[in-house]
Write a protein that binds this ligand. Structure first.
Ligand code: SF4
Ligand code: SF4
Ligand code: SF4
Length: 311
């Protein structure tokens, strides 16, 4: 592996030559803001919030896509960069619902975080609001298109498991662009398997975990990471607790090829929660309230144990 040395915000750093600028900056604890970038996903440079100035280059470059070079000099927070980032955030906020007071994502929303960092406010200009298309059909995921910033992380994440999933896609064009499931189905009628991979990567409140909704604000909960015991992948989940009571489980990012699945999530709920919500299974194109034994596929095992014990 070849290494190169470059300078970012006046600090020298030596990194592998296949690093992007955003990765090199992270090594220096410099957080370049980005909404569509995820180190585990294909780079698309869609949000352009990660722009930086590179000496010798006239235009601002996206730090997620530009690779480091020997002797490169990068500045991540110049006046020109900051102004461009403010414009991008303002465009997003001008058509975004002013809903942070009740939004489940508040406190960990990247749009909120960067708007605070650059002092950008809601609706400085009177842009048309994104239409409020809320999909409440799933007992596991709530999708609110009016909060979607079209970063595409959910689409790239869902399609990582080829063939099986690829449920999410961009549809329509221009201002009407939106994320749809299987050509405009709902979570209930699409072939979504409720793995919640998409929820874990959404940077805003457009996709939220419905089983956490209304139970706690993120800053009020104690969070403990646990590993799923169902299969060898050992996907990670977060157990949220309040006043020493475990109140909810949510999936962590599916990085390192971990598949994440509903069975793992529900099993983790059953193991850790004092009072887990009822489980639901998708039968045909309908979510149906079910028993834990049926949902976790334990009926056959329990029947067998009963027979053995009878003998
Ligand atoms: S998605 Fe983020 S910016 Fe939008 S309402 Fe929710 S917390 Fe606020
Ligand atoms: S829950 Fe899983 S299968 Fe369903 S849309 Fe999200 S990533 Fe795709
Ligand atoms: S739903 Fe979330 S992850 Fe998907 S495109 Fe919209 S903002 Fe991005």
């Amino acid at each position: 592996m070849k290494y190169v040395t470059l300078t970012i915000d006046g600090q020298k750093i030596t990194v592998p030559e296949d690093y992007s600028i955003i990765q090199a900056a992270k090594e220096l604890n410099i957080e370049i803001p980005a909404l569509c970038y995820d180190p585990n996903l294909e780079v698309v440079s869609a949000c352009r919030l990660c722009i930086v100035e590179i000496e010798g280059s006239k235009k601002l470059e996206t730090s997620c896509s530009v690779k480091v070079r020997e002797g490169m000099v990068v500045n991540t927070e110049t006046e020109r960069v900051v102004n461009a980032r403010k414009d991008i955030l303002q465009l997003l906020l001008d058509s975004h619902p002013n809903d942070c007071l009740t939004c489940q994502k508040a406190g960990e929303c990247l749009l909120q975080k960067y708007s605070y960092r650059y002092n950008v406010r809601f609706r400085e200009h009177d842009g048309a609001m994104r239409p409020k298309l809320i999909d409440t059909s799933s007992p596991y995921i709530l999708k609110d298109n009016s909060k979607c910033i079209l970063c595409g992380k959910c689409v790239r994440t869902c399609s990582q498991i080829k063939g099986e999933r690829e449920v999410l896609a961009f549809a329509k064009r221009g201002y009407n662009t939106q994320i749809v499931l299987d050509d405009d189905q709902s979570f209930e009628t699409s072939k979504c398997v409720s793995c919640n991979r998409c929820v874990t990567v959404c940077p805003v409140g457009a996709l939220v975990d419905k089983r956490v909704l209304g139970k706690t604000r993120v800053w009020e909960a104690e969070v403990k990471t646990v590993s799923c015991k169902v299969c060898a992948y050992g996907c990670e989940f977060e157990v949220l607790s309040k006043k020493n009571k475990n109140i909810a489980v949510r999936a962590k990012s599916p990085s390192n090829g971990r598949p994440l699945c509903l069975k793992g999530r529900l099993t983790t709920e059953l193991m850790y929660l004092h009072n887990p919500d009822k489980p639901y299974r998708k039968i045909g194109k309908k979510f149906v309230e079910s028993s834990w034994t049926k949902t976790l596929g334990l009926s056959d095992i329990i029947e067998k144990i009963d027979k053995i014990e009878e003998k």
